[in-house]
Design a protein around this ligand. Structure first.
Ligand code: FAD
Ligand code: SF4
Length: 284
């Protein structure tokens, strides 16, 4: 199934207005980690910290609500969160680690749990893995070119970037929005993203993205027992507002459509690359 297995799908947003204010969509990631931290379900989380250059994140181990809030929002470039996971258990001494990641990062996490080569301290200490939907990602230089050359906005003036409804949008500190059609951004995408077959972080405990729900809300898939426990407790404690996903537009039909499009487009690239390899190496 293109949406992976899940126990429930919900439309939700954070109840905490402070969190919601600067989150990318419904603030699901930040609110759920903040709740899990308060409840002792995790004792820290690997998130994409602000970094030294604008919109160039660096993985950090957040052990406070303030650090989680600082890492809110989407940065459309690689942030190697998995590289901090061992650090989280060793240098930071965490026993219950949360991590957020793109679908490929959550796959890497599950692989490390199954085959913990060089990661002996990790498998039993992963307490909550949150996945974010992902169609594609960009190298930082590519992102800079999109923002500065195509959108005509200085990186340091940007306060938010977003991909949706066929456009890449940059919001500035002065309240302006600059948009370009996605057909102009394709050439900047990472090559590796063109063979990626997971749109909705199938292996996360809880995965979330904006697609399918109205602006300011998120689509949430609760996938595992771990995810169900923490999500259920957070709902009970009033940390999220929710709506039945069947009642919102465009709903899961659009999520399914986009997941199918990603898979079929990238499956074709995989086949083309395999054919090219066989052409060059007839004995392989
Ligand atoms: P917030 O509460 O704002 O928290 C976001 C969390 O993600 C933070 O903890 C932050 O540190 C972390 N984060 C930010 N950037 C990165 C990064 N580059 N790598 C790893 N972690 C990061 N959603 C869709 O619906 N459709 C898409 O096609 C889609 N494509 C995406 C492509 C990329 C490269 C990324 C990073 C995200 C994409 N998303 C997509 C997800 C979406 O932009 C939001 O991240 C998601 O909805 C979570 O929003 P939130 O308000 O719950 O999160
Ligand atoms: Fe990772 Fe796939 Fe997203 Fe590329 S498209 S960043 S490979 S999840």
């Amino acid at each position: 199934m293109v949406l992976g297995s899940y126990k429930t799908a919900i439309c939700a947003r954070a109840a905490d207005q402070d969190i919601l204010a600067k989150s990318q969509d419904g603030g699901i990631v930040t609110q759920l980690f903040a709740f899990a931290l308060e409840e002792g379900i995790i004792d820290g989380a690997v998130v994409a910290g602000p970094g030294d250059e604008p919109f160039k994140p660096e993985p950090i181990v957040a052990t406070t609500r303030a650090e989680l809030l600082e890492a809110r929002g989407t940065r459309y470039t690689i942030c190697p969160n998995m590289s901090m996971i061992k650090e989280a258990t060793r240098s930071y001494g965490l026993d219950k680690v949360g991590i957020v990641g793109t679908p490929c990062q959550i796959q890497a996490l599950r692989k490390a749990q199954l085959y913990p080569v060089g990661m002996r301290s990790v498998p039993d200490k992963i307490a909550l893995a949150l996945g974010i939907f992902c169609m594609e990602n960009f190298p930082y230089q590519g992102l800079e070119a999109m923002v500065e050359d195509l959108c005509n906005v200085k990186m340091e003036s940007a306060v938010k970037m977003d991909i949706g409804k066929g456009k890449f949008s940059v919001y500035t500190e002065r309240g302006a929005v600059s948009q370009i059609p996605l057909k102009l951004t394709h050439k900047f995408e990472q090559g590796g993203c063109h063979v990626c077959l997971d749109y909705v972080a199938n292996l996360a405990d809880v995965s979330t993205g904006s697609v399918g729900t109205p602006d300011g809300w998120s689509t949430v898939f609760v996938r595992t027992k771990v995810g169900e426990d923490v999500w259920g407790k957070a709902i009970e404690a009033g940390y999220f507002e929710t709506k039945d996903i069947a009642d919102v537009k465009p709903g899961l039909d659009l999520v399914t459509k986009l997941a199918n499009e990603k898979i079929s487009k990238n499956q074709k690239t995989i086949e083309e690359r395999a054919a090219f390899k066989n052409l060059r190496n007839p004995y392989l």
